[in-house]
Design a protein around this ligand. Structure first.
Ligand code: NAP
Length: 195
């Protein structure tokens, strides 16, 4: 008897996922991986053009992916995104991937107040607020294992790299946010992890 392949053993059929920053890089790969295992995925980013191009290519590949524009640094955008997700997935969400982030490379004394606000809002506040907004949807998760939140952190959350002071601080935050939310939400059957 032939051994089962990975895709036979693993299936996300029936699962739903939201991936922030899904139009490029790691987020794009996460969208394709989740959709490849059969999940319905919603992806967001700031560029309408990039998202449309991705959506077209994903449709050609047979992936079930919807997209919408969202700047995760903006509170009202995050609220609108979660309303869209709620409507798209009938009030349920199985997987939230907080991936979108920004890197500003500068010596510490050169960061402006705007740099500080923007990187904090994009990399850290968005992880907390989107998790908070998704809580009810994740509690309604339809997959057997319950809801799942994944934060994308960085080695820079543990180590100091030149001119990455603020980025490092914003990546240390999700590490601790993960521990706290995992503890708070275990009784809701929501797992919270950080990669
Ligand atoms: N690449 C690495 O070597 C590395 C290493 C460690 C950790 N990471 C982490 O991995 C994650 C992905 O990194 P990456 O290198 O794949 O990034 P990337 O190639 O720069 O892609 C970033 C994605 O996020 C979107 N994005 C950026 N700012 C956004 C915002 N304010 N609101 C919504 N979407 C936004 C971008 O689209 P738009 O520009 O259209 O918004 C794009 O789709 C990040 O959390 C990063 O910190 C990366």
């Amino acid at each position: 008897m032939a051994a089962a392949t990975g895709s036979e053993r693993w299936s996300l059929a029936g699962a739903t996922a939201l991936v922030t920053g899904g139009s490029k890089g790691i987020g794009h790969a996460i969208v394709e991986e989740l959709a490849g295992f059969g999940a319905r995925v919603h992806a967001c980013a700031r560029s309408t053009m990039d998202l449309e191009e991705c959506r077209r290519r994903w449709a050609e590949k047979g992936f079930d992916v919807t997209v919408s524009v969202c700047d995760v640094a903006v509170r009202a955008d995050r609220e609108r995104l979660m309303e869209t997700v709620k409507a798209t997935f009938d009030g349920k969400l199985d997987i939230l991937v907080n991936n979108a982030a920004l890197l500003i490379i500068k010596p510490p004394v050169e960061y402006t107040a705007e740099d500080y606000s923007r990187i904090m809002a994009t990399n850290l506040e968005s992880c907390f607020h989107l998790s908070q907004l998704a809580h009810l949807l994740l509690r309604n998760a339809s997959v057997a294992g319950g809801g799942s939140v994944v934060h994308i952190s960085s080695i820079a959350s543990f180590l100091a790299f030149p001119q990455e002071t603020l980025y490092s601080v914003t990546k240390g935050g999700p590490n601790q946010l993960t521990r706290s939310l995992a503890t708070e939400w275990a009784h809701d059957k929501i797992r919270v992890n950080c990669v």
